[in-house]
Structure formats: C-alpha cells, structure tokens
Ligand binder design. Structure first.
Ligand SMILES: CC(C)(COP(=O)(O)OP(=O)(O)OC[C@H]1O[C@@H](n2cnc3c(N)ncnc32)[C@H](O)[C@@H]1OP(=O)(O)O)[C@@H](O)C(=O)NCCC(=O)NCCS
Length: 222
C-alpha cells in the first residue's frame, strides 16, 4: 500500500494513532513522526547510540542516507510500522526521542532492512539481525506479537521520561489488542522495559551478546 508523502498512513489492524492514544507529560509531547522528521530521527539515533554502533552502522554520509531512505520508505509504504516522536514544547520543536513500533510479525513484514550499505560490515549486519530474528521466532514464533523495533533519546534529554512515553504508547496498543510485545533490549534499555512488564527471556549461549530478548504479555484493560 502506498500513501502520499506527508500524509499519516492508516494502520491495517485498527491501531489508534489519534491524539487520544498519545499521552503527554510536562513540556514533553508525543506525536506521530513524519517524513519531514527523518533526518532528525537519524541524528537522534546516532547521538543516542554513539560509537557502540560503529561495527554495524558507521556514521558516514552514505549510511545516514541509507537510513533516511529506509525510514522514509517504511513511513510511506508500511503503515503497520508506526513512528512516534517526543518533542519538548519548551524547546526548538525538534524530536528529542523517537520510537518505531512494528505491529506485524517478522513473517508478515518480510525483510527488515534494504540491502546493506557498502560502508557497513555486511556479514556482521546479516549475522546480527538474523540472530535477533531467530530469537524472536524462538520466543513468539507463530504467535501475533508487536515489536518495539527502535527507540532512542538524545542523551542530553535522557531521564526526563521521553523513552517511557514511547514505550507506554506501544504497550497501550498491545494491551488494547491483547497482543504480546517484544524487544531486543540493549543493556541501557532493559531496566526501563522491565518497569513496563517486559521480562528477560535470554538463554545462556544463544542470541546476541549484550542484547536481551524481552517479552511483555498484554495486561487486561480497565
Ligand atoms: C534507553 C533510552 C531510550 C531511555 O530513554 P530515556 O528518555 O532516558 O527514558 P526515560 O527518561 O523514560 O527513563 C530512563 C530512566 O529515567 C527515569 N526517569 C524518567 N523520568 C524521570 C524524571 N522526570 N526524573 C528522573 N528520572 C526519570 C526512569 O525511571 C528510568 O530509570 P531507570 O534507568 O532506572 O530505568 C535511552 O537511554 C537511549 O536512547 N539509550 C541509547 C540507545 C538505546 O539503548 N536504545 C534502546 C534500544 S533497545
């Protein structure tokens, strides 16, 4: 399904992306992210992860462009993947944090990324993401589940609750639909996810070192 640039795509399964599913706290505001935000989102992502990503996605102009294109494509063509951002209404209006929630299974979604950019270590990227996919399949294969695909907060805006707003948003959708949520958690993110009910499902000797597969069962609403 293709939608026009700048329009908000309709999720396929009745996911509510309207304002009543969007919570705000203090001067932080949660809003849908659009194609006009993409370069800022990539900037936040590199600022958040820093050099830890050099092996997979070195911060080169080519890889940034690759990310810009990949996100634009997903925003415009895969409405089951929803981008949400947090802005500080007291600031310059640029995103300070964002998340990509994917409301499809890996089988429904198909390939997660376009072909790797030549600046990336393509073998490492394939091995890394194939292993993550295998872990998701091990834990939730054959079962409908929602995936917190990406989450990043600009370090200077950390510990203000932006990450929590973005996690909460997707968990609310999962609870409304009665669907488990899944995340490949970084060490930095795992304590936060635990607060939302995600449980560590790692098994010694399998998966990706320092990445914690976490599952959250839906909570009954009301
Ligand atoms: C993980 C990450 C997304 C968290 O984002 P964040 O915006 O700082 O998240 P929050 O502010 O909601 O929560 C972070 C902590 O601050 C606390 N916090 C939230 N609001 C707060 C406030 N107003 N005052 C003080 N602390 C607060 C939270 O309880 C949480 O505590 P914890 O570390 O003990 O769990 C961010 O650190 C990041 O981008 N890290 C690098 C990239 C990464 O690892 N991404 C996750 C991939 S799975």
């Amino acid at each position: 399904m293709t939608v026009e640039a700048g329009s908000v795509s309709s999720p396929p399964t009745g996911i509510n992306t309207s304002k009543d599913n969007i919570k705000s706290s203090s001067t932080l505001r949660l809003e849908p992210a659009t194609v006009s935000d993409v370069e800022q989102l990539v900037d936040v992502w590199y600022a958040a992860f820093g050099p830890t990503l050099d092996g997979l996605f070195p911060d080169t102009p080519g890889v940034r462009q690759w990310w810009n294109d990949a996100h634009r494509n997903d925003m415009l063509n895969t409405p089951f993947q929803q981008y949400v951002k947090v802005i500080d209404a007291a600031g310059d209006g640029k995103p300070i944090a964002w998340a990509k929630w994917d409301f499809s299974t890996a089988a429904e979604r198909g390939r997660r990324f376009p072909p790797w950019h030549e600046d990336c270590d393509t073998e490492l990227c394939s091995r890394f993401f194939d292993t993550l996919e295998t872990e998701r399949e091990r834990l939730l294969g054959g079962k409908k589940n929602y995936y917190l695909d990406m989450l990043a907060t600009r370090p200077e805006h950390g510990r203000r609750g932006a990450g929590s707003m973005l996690v909460q948003w997707g968990c609310d959708v999962a609870d409304k639909d009665g669907v488990p949520a899944y995340i490949d958690a970084s060490k930095a993110g795992a304590p936060l996810y635990k607060k939302f009910g995600f449980e560590d499902k790692s098994e010694p000797g399998i998966g990706v070192p320092d990445i914690v597969p976490m599952v959250r069962e839906p909570k009954p609403r009301g």
